[in-house]
Ligand binder design. Structure first.
Ligand SMILES: NC(=O)c1ccc[n+]([C@@H]2O[C@H](COP(=O)([O-])OP(=O)(O)OC[C@H]3O[C@@H](n4cnc5c(N)ncnc54)[C@H](OP(=O)(O)O)[C@@H]3O)[C@@H](O)[C@H]2O)c1
Length: 432
C-alpha cells in the first residue's frame, strides 16, 4: 500500500504559501485524514530569491516546471500560479503524465474546465477545483455532490470580495468609488490594477463555473453578460437606501425550460434578504433548488488560510482515493441541449436616475417615451432641484421590462432635449 502521496506545487504566493504551511505544520492531521503522508516533492516559482510567507527547503524550489512534472514521486500537481498561460499548458501536460490536479484557477476552469475534466477521465486521474470559487467557502463540492438529487433553478452570488468590500464602504462611509477603491488597495484587498475585480471579469469566471456545475451544461465565461461597478455614484447608494435596498455586484444565473441566463452586474438588493447582509470581503452563494429550496453558502472568498483549506482538502480527497485504490468518480455529464439566452431577452425591474430640465411637461415626455416601449413606471422621486440652473434629478423604479426595450429607451432618453444626463441605470433583483 502506498504510504506517501507526492505533491508538486506550482506557485508559492499567497495560496501556495498557505498550502505549503498547511502540509508542513498540520502534517500529522493531514496524514490521519488522508491515510498516508502528503509529501511536498517540489515547488515551482518564477523568482527563487523572493521572500516568502512560508519558507520551504531551497532544495525543493525550482524555476523549471519539468522538475515537477517529470518527477515520478509527484502524484498530485497543485496549480496555484493563476492566469491562463502557462498554467493551462502545465495542467494539460501533468494530466497527460497521469498526475492528478488540484487547482484554484478560476480563469482556467471557466474557460477549459469541462475539457480538462474529460481529459482527466480518459487518463483516469482527478481534477479538483474547490478553491476556484469562493476560496475557503465550500460550493463546488456541494454542487457536485450534496445537491445532485435536485434540479437547480437559480444562483445568486456575491463572489468577488474586493468589490463587495468597495460597495460596503460606499454604503457605510458614504464615499465615492475612487475613495473606496483606494481604501481597498491600502488594505491589500484590491490589486494595483483592479480591472479584473471592478469590471466583473473575476465574478464572470466564477459564475461560468457555478452555472456549468449547477445546470450541467457548458457555460463559458463568454456566455456571461457582465458590467462592473465603476459607474456607481454615492448618490445611487443614498437613493437605494431610501427605497429599501442596498447595491451589490451580483452574479446571477437562472435556468428555465432548458434556457440559461447568466449575468454579472450591480443590482439593487432588498435590504431584508440574506445576501444584502453579506458585507466586506465575505462571499456568498445562494442556490435555489426544487428539493432543498434556498440554501446559502457564505464565508471567506480569499486569503492564504481559507483558500489553502479548500486546496488541501481536495489534495486529501485525491490521496484517499490513491491509497484506497478507488477509481475517481465520473465527473460531470454535460447536456448538449441547453441554450444561453442573450441579455436583451432579460426581464427585470430597473432603477433609473436622470438629470433633467426642471420645467413643466418634462416628466410627461419621459413617461410617454418609456410607455411607448412598454416600460411602466412603478414609482418616481424628484430630487435635488437646482433652481438657479433649472435642473432636477429624477429617480424612477420601473415594473418588470425587457432589457432590449430598456437599452432602446436609454438611447432615446439621451437624445431628448430635456434630459441633460442619464445618471445611472441599475437592475433591481427581487426575491419572492
Ligand atoms: N489569493 C487568494 O486569496 C485566492 C483565493 C482563491 C483563489 N485564488 C487563485 O489562486 C491562484 C494563485 O493566487 P495567489 O494569490 O496565490 O497568486 P500569487 O500570490 O501571485 O502567487 C502566484 C505564484 O505563482 C508563481 N508563478 C506565477 N507565474 C509563474 C510562472 N510563469 N512560472 C513559475 N511560477 C509562476 C509566482 O512565483 P513568484 O513568487 O516567484 O513570482 C507565485 O509564487 C490564482 O489562480 C488565484 O485566482 C487566490
Amino acid at each position: 500500500m502506498k504510504t506517501s502521496v507526492g505533491i508538486g506545487l506550482l506557485g508559492l504566493g499567497v495560496v501556495g504559501g498557505g498550502v505549503a504551511r498547511t502540509l508542513v505544520e498540520r502534517a500529522d492531521h493531514v496524514r490521519q485524514l488522508a491515510g498516508c503522508k502528503l509529501s511536498l516533492e517540489g515547488v515551482l516559482v518564477r523568482d527563487p530569491s523572493r521572500p516568502r510567507s512560508f519558507d520551504v527547503p531551497s532544495s525543493l524550489v525550482t524555476t523549471r516546471v519539468e522538475d515537477i512534472l517529470d518527477n515520478p514521486a509527484v502524484d498530485v500537481v497543485v496549480e496555484v500560479m493563476g492566469g491562463q498561460t502557462p498554467a493551462l499548458d502545465y495542467i494539460v501536460k501533468a494530466i497527460s503524465l497521469d498526475k492528478h490536479i488540484v487547482t484554484a484557477n478560476k480563469e482556467v476552469m471557466a474557460k477549459q474546465g469541462p475539457d480538462l475534466l474529460t481529459l482527466a477521465r480518459k487518463k483516469g486521474v482527478q481534477v479538483m477545483f474547490e478553491a476556484s470559487v469562493a476560496g475557503g467557502t465550500p460550493i463546488i463540492g456541494p454542487l457536485l455532490r450534496d445537491l445532485v438529487s435536485n434540479e437547480i433553478s437559480s444562483i445568486h452570488a456575491i463572489i468577488n470580495g474586493t468589490t463587495n468590500y468597495i460597495l460596503t464602504q460606499m454604503v457605510h462611509q458614504g464615499v465615492g468609488f475612487d475613495d473606496a477603491l483606494r481604501a481597498a488597495q491600502e488594505l491589500g484587498y484590491a490589486e494595483s490594477d483592479p480591472t479584473n475585480d471592478v469590471e466583473g471579469i473575476d465574478a464572470a469566471y466564477k459564475l461560468a463555473i457555478l452555472s456549468t456545475l449547477a445546470f450541467r451544461a457548458r457555460i463559458k465565461d463568454s456566455d456571461v453578460y457582465r458590467e462592473g461597478i465603476t459607474r456607481l455614484d454615492a448618490r445611487d447608494f443614498l437613493y437605494a437606501r431610501e427605497l429599501g435596498y442596498t447595491i451589490k455586484l451580483l452574479a446571477i444565473a437562472n435556468m428555465r425550460d432548458g434556457v440559461v441566463e447568466a449575468h454579472v452586474h450591480p443590482a439593487f438588493v432588498p435590504s431584508d434578504v440574506m445576501l444584502a447582509k453579506v458585507e466586506g470581503v465575505l462571499n456568498a452563494v445562494e442556490v435555489e433548488a426544487d428539493m432543498v429550496g434556498r440554501v446559502l453558502f457564505t464565508g471567506p472568498g480569499a486569503g492564504a488560510e481559507p483558500t489553502a483549506s479548500a486546496v488541501v482538502a481536495d489534495a486529501i480527497g485525491i490521496a484517499r482515493n490513491i491509497v484506497g485504490n478507488v477509481t475517481p468518480p465520473t465527473p460531470l455529464r454535460l447536456s448538449e441541449n441547453v441554450r444561453v439566452s442573450p441579455m436583451s431577452d432579460l426581464e427585470t425591474k430597473y432603477y433609473l436616475r436622470l438629470n433633467v430640465d426642471d420645467r413643466p411637461g418634462v416628466f410627461a415626455r419621459i413617461a410617454k417615451l418609456l410607455g411607448d416601449l412598454d416600460i411602466s413606471i412603478a414609482s418616481v422621486i424628484q430630487k435635488e432641484t437646482d433652481e438657479a440652473a433649472q435642473r432636477a434629478e429624477i429617480v424612477m423604479m420601473t415594473h418588470r421590462a425587457r432589457e432590449a426595450a430598456m437599452t432602446n429607451a436609454l438611447g432615446l432618453l439621451s437624445e431628448l432635449d430635456v434630459v441633460n444626463d442619464v445618471g445611472n441605470l441599475v437592475r433591481v433583483e427581487e426575491w419572492e
